[in-house]
Design a protein around this ligand. Structure first.
Ligand SMILES: [Zn+2]
Length: 58
């Protein structure tokens, strides 16, 4: 049995092209965009978190 309570989704913005993506924030703070590869479509993997992960795990 596994849960996904150890990962939080948050909106992030690519620092290179400005694209807004939804990403999973790992417990160690690493950002992994959803719906794309590990990096942005522009090839840059630098993301700025737009909002703090909500503690509303359901
Ligand atoms: Zn980008």
């Amino acid at each position: 049995m596994s849960t996904q309570s150890d990962q939080t989704r948050a909106a992030v913005r690519c620092e290179s092209c400005g694209a807004i993506l939804v990403a999973e924030i790992a417990p160690d703070g690493s950002v992994r965009p959803l719906g794309t590869s590990e990096d942005c479509v522009c090839g840059d993997g630098a993301f700025t978190r737009l909002e703090q992960p909500a503690m509303t795990a359901r």
